[in-house]
Design a protein around this ligand. Structure first.
Ligand code: THU
Length: 130
């Protein structure tokens, strides 16, 4: 198992998901370092933060901006891919979305792999902005 996978599985155990019971852990490699996060839900449901965004925000708050690799761990079978909002946040930090591997895993050992470009083709990169 890779270090990134180990970190995503460990993060999943820290998920705060009393409402959905859907526990998610994520680990990202950004600017050469690994950061992780878990989903954090709220009684006011829309305030929930996904695991992927928690991991990316942790990275950015440490000064790491270059997204290289993503692992998402859920209990789903087949493993669940990142939601649309998280895909957009991942895209923000991907210099080349074709070069960023996104891997979904579960503790049973199943695995699905995409590039970020496959998950959010023709996405809004921000380069369109004035
Ligand atoms: N969730 C994530 O953490 N990441 C995703 O990509 C999909 C959804 C969380 C949000 C919420 O806490 C729970 O999973 C159910 O939607």
């Amino acid at each position: 198992m890779t270090e990134l996978e180990v970190r995503a599985i460990a993060a999943q155990r820290r998920a705060y998901a009393p409402y959905s019971k859907f526990r998610v852990g994520a680990a990202v490699r950004m600017s050469g370092a690994i950061f992780d996060g878990a989903n954090v839900e709220n009684a006011s449901y829309s305030l929930t933060v996904c695991a992927e965004r928690a991991a990316v925000f942790a990275a950015v708050n440490s000064g790491a901006h270059a997204l290289e690799e993503v692992i998402v761990c859920t209990d789903a079978s087949p493993p669940s891919s990142p939601c649309g909002a998280c895909r957009q946040v991942l895209l923000e930090f991907a210099a080349d979305p074709h070069a960023v591997e996104v891997v979904a895993i579960n503790p049973a050992g199943e695995k699905r792999t995409w590039t970020l470009a496959q998950l959010i083709p023709d996405g809004f990169s921000g380069r369109e902005l004035p």
